[in-house]
Design a protein around this ligand. Structure first.
Ligand SMILES: [Zn+2]
Length: 437
């Protein structure tokens, strides 16, 4: 289904992904509000996206949809009237979900509302106050140290009112109603790796899947972190039951190596597929066991659902210094990394789509491959490798082992095991077993 992406294509594709992240970058997103709506609209410019709005106050499991937050402007002005902190220059300057304020304050009165990162004195932190009403500004530590006693004119022109939580869904029907869930959060303001890289990769994955035949149905959900995933699960208990495989996508644009966090089940088909893709990549990568902390896999893998949903990342949240700071900007992500991440996602999907069971039609001793012209190489590969893959496929195609099982057991790349299976099927030595699920 997915042709390997060659280098030129990867560069072009990476450019498209990066450009899309760049277009989304300036928007001030949050868990509710117009910034998130605008983001969903822009995703909808690439793929068919249905928008959902859930009213403030709606109970979703143990949570309640919060009031909607919108912001127009925010600043701190010096006595000379100069905006020394300006939301319009960087939306991270405002504590996300700040309540409105307009006051004249001395530095000591303002100080409890200022957030910095002393260890990274040039960077602006990203802070939120979703579920506790507060207001504040985030600035570099250097700027804080240079502030005089004031007084300052402090203004946050925001609103926190009854409204809606917005999320988007792109559903691509397949041959079965069994679903693959791809989820990413859409609630961070100007932060590139966490979160725009995930949005860009998910959007372009949906775009590429939309134009090919699909065994599974695919549901891409673009939700505000935590509350959005909880709301989606609360409203989609039926769809959740149809999820056979799932991935949360985040932090996919930086230069770090790939990390795959297993689902709570630990050995779901998606977990094994991701592990084989990363193995076959031939680069350093790491598989992480499930833990109940992280992104929205926390909700999908809560014990009541226990969905087979893992999380694909490059660098892991919280482990890179740029995480949740102004240094996670567009220079921290790159087109090539985005394209490679998309390719890894497409390869995982490819395994899920093509992980069939076959039956060896000639199971009593090895069939005579030479007589069928199968004891030689068809391409540039070493003869031994190709024949080895055929022997593995023949031996384990007993109806019980899938070609993913065989790729795991043999250590041979999934793509080669599959190619061997297809060739053996053409020659009549294997027959495809109809899927039982
Ligand atoms: Zn985050």
């Amino acid at each position: 289904m997915h042709q390997p992406i060659d280098h030129q294509d990867a560069l072009k594709l990476g450019g498209d992904l990066y450009r899309f992240a760049g277009e989304l970058y300036p928007i001030c997103r949050s868990i509710t509000g117009d910034g998130t709506r605008r983001t969903l609209e822009m995703i909808g410019g690439h793929i068919p996206l249905q928008l959902f709005e859930i009213p403030t106050g709606t109970p979703v499991f143990d949570w309640t949809i919060p009031r909607e937050w919108n912001i127009r402007d925010a600043y701190v002005k010096s006595v000379t009237g100069e905006r020394i902190i300006d939301f319009k220059k960087c939306n991270l300057h405002v504590l996300n979900y700040s309540t409105p304020v307009h006051e004249k304050l001395s530095l000591s009165e303002l100080r409890p509302h200022l957030f910095t990162i002393p260890e990274k004195p040039d960077w602006i932190p990203y802070r939120t106050s979703y579920y506790r009403e507060d207001w504040g500004f985030c600035i570099s530590h250097n700027q804080l140290q240079a502030l005089d006693e004031g007084p300052y004119e402090v203004c946050i022109d925001s609103s926190l009112t009854d409204g809606y939580l917005s999320y988007g869904e792109c559903y691509l029907p397949g041959n079965t109603q069994d679903e693959v869930l791809i989820s990413c959060h859409v609630c961070h303001p100007s932060l590139a790796n966490d979160n725009l890289s995930g949005i860009a990769v998910a959007t372009f994955l949906a775009k590429s899947l939309a134009s090919v035949p699909r065994r599974y149905s695919y549901r891409f959900v673009f939700v505000p972190g935590t509350i959005g995933a909880i709301a989606w699960l609360a409203r989609n208990r039926d769809a959740a039951q149809r999820v056979r495989h799932g991935l949360v996508l985040t932090c996919l644009g930086d230069g770090g190596r790939f990390h795959y966090k297993r689902s709570r089940r630990g050995n779901a088909e998606v977990d094994r597929s991701a592990a084989v893709v990363l193995r076959d990549l031939g680069e350093a990568s790491e598989i992480i066991e499930f833990s109940p902390y992280g992104y929205d896999e926390r909700q999908y893998c809560s014990p009541g659902f226990n969905l087979p949903v893992g999380c694909l990342m490059r660098s892991v949240w919280g482990t890179f210094p740029e995480y949740h700071t102004s240094a996670d900007d567009l220079s921290f992500i790159g087109p090539v990394q985005l394209a490679d991440s998309l390719r890894v996602c497409a390869s995982i999907v490819d395994i899920l789509e093509k992980n069939h069971h076959y039956r060896n039609m000639n199971p009593f001793c090895e069939p005579q491959l030479g007589r069928r012209n199968l004891y030689r190489s068809t391409g540039g590969k070493a003869v031994g490798e190709e024949i080895n893959a055929r022997l593995w496929v023949l031996n384990f195609s007993d109806g019980e082992h899938s070609i993913l099982d065989i790729a795991e057991k043999s250590g041979i790349a999934f793509s080669e095991v599959r190619a061997a299976a297809e060739l053996l099927q053409e020659s009549g030595l294997l027959s495809l077993i109809a899927e039982r699920d």
